[in-house]
Design a protein around this ligand. Structure first.
Ligand code: FA5
Length: 349
């Protein structure tokens, strides 16, 4: 009995190894495994018969059978790996597989074009010594309007169509979605003394119909510099340098008088339209120019209201529209593309 099982193990060992060496394809490997190691395989049958053997014999044959099982499993895996290497080598030789080709690109996320432009703008001002400061998007009417010399019922309120969160009632203070980043001028000055050099980025909201250059949600960057001896020349120099750095020296920049209640004097900065190069088209509203920012010298009354001496300190402020700047940089003719979440558009940046 003992010798017949031992012989069976020897013949399994011999025959299995010989058969494995003959197997060259996946199907053959699979049926080899079934034949020897599978549920009804020859070696499995031997292992199943072990419990019926006398103890001493079971020990000896059992050890041998288990060792053989492990050895055959290892031989099977090595054969499989070997065949895989041969297959790859053949494909390379036949040029079906070019291992020198770059791998398939993985889809990687990227920054939204507005975020990219915003970061470039902030980096530009930071390199000129400005510090980045943020403020709330839900704002009191006081900071958005009153503190900027736009009292209730002042016609200038019409310049900023407002989305209200809470109207004035029962002594509650009216609350709104900020229409610009200018409230941060006052918020910052209330808590700090000159010299001041800050930029304040963020979302703003307006109750406006959209068109190629107007969105109801927009991103602004507020610029504020307050110090002794700040003049209009500093304002023009800083903004012209900014425009040249962001758009390149060949771009036309234009300063135009504009009224903002919180500056005196006030002006807008415009860039020649990228679409028509100043001829006049739909994008620029047939003017040849696109307004990118409002600016001016901080009104002395505002300086006095926050406790500064307007005889000693002066300052300039500006509010940049980031979407407009991104449009000009990339030649995008409709601002509404930014927030439609169309990947065909967004993947271009
Ligand atoms: C203001 O918001 C002032 N706070 C700017 C300012 C700051 C003036 C400091 C003086 C001193 P205005 O409404 O013009 O101004 O907006 C400023 C810029 O935001 C515009 O030049 C434009 O680039 C952008 N902008 C305004 N409205 C929209 C809109 N609906 N969609 C996209 N961009 C807009």
């Amino acid at each position: 009995m003992m010798s017949s099982i031992a012989e069976e193990l020897e013949s399994i060992d011999r025959e299995a190894r010989a058969a494995l060496a003959e197997a060259t394809e996946e199907g053959q490997l699979e049926s080899w495994w079934q034949q020897y190691l599978g549920r009804r395989g020859r070696l499995t049958q031997v292992l199943r018969s072990l419990p019926s053997l006398p103890l001493e014999e079971r020990r000896q044959v059992g050890a041998r059978a288990n060792a053989l099982k492990e050895a055959l499993q290892t031989a099977y895996e090595e054969r499989r790996a070997h065949l895989e290497r041969v297959r790859l080598a053949r494909e390379v030789a036949q040029a079906q597989l070019d291992v020198s080709l770059p791998g398939r690109p993985l889809p990687v996320g990227r920054l939204h074009p507005i975020t990219q432009t915003l970061r470039d703008i902030l980096a530009c001002f930071q390199s000129m010594g400005f510090q980045v400061v943020e403020g709330p998007e839900v704002e009191w009417d006081y900071y958005n309007f009153e503190a900027l010399l736009i009292p209730k019922d002042h016609p200038a309120r019409d310049m900023w169509a407002t989305l209200w969160v809470d109207y004035e009632r029962d002594g509650e203070r009216p609350m709104l979605l900020r229409t610009h980043t200018s409230p941060n001028q006052v918020r910052y000055m209330e808590r700090h003394q000159p010299p001041i050099r800050i930029v304040s980025p963020g979302r703003c909201y307006r109750y406006e119909a959209t068109d190629p250059t107007h969105e109801w949600m927009l991103t602004q960057v507020e610029v504020l510099a307050v110090d002794e001896g700040i003049s209009m020349a500093d304002l023009k120099g800083t903004l012209a340098d900014f425009a040249r750095r962001i758009f390149g020296a060949e771009r036309q920049v234009r300063f135009r008088c504009e009224y903002y209640p919180f500056v005196e004097p006030g002006m807008d900065v415009l860039i020649d339209c990228f679409q028509c190069r100043g001829e006049g088209c739909r994008t620029c509203g047939y003017t040849g120019w696109i307004e990118i920012l409002g600016s001016g010298m901080v009104h002395p009354q505002i300086l006095a209201n926050v406790g500064y001496d307007p005889e000693r300190y002066t300052g300039f402020a500006a509010g940049l529209g980031v979407e407009r700047i991104a449009m000009l940089r990339h030649g995008i003719d409709d601002i509404r593309l930014f927030y439609q979440n169309d990947l065909r558009f967004l993947e271009q940046f």
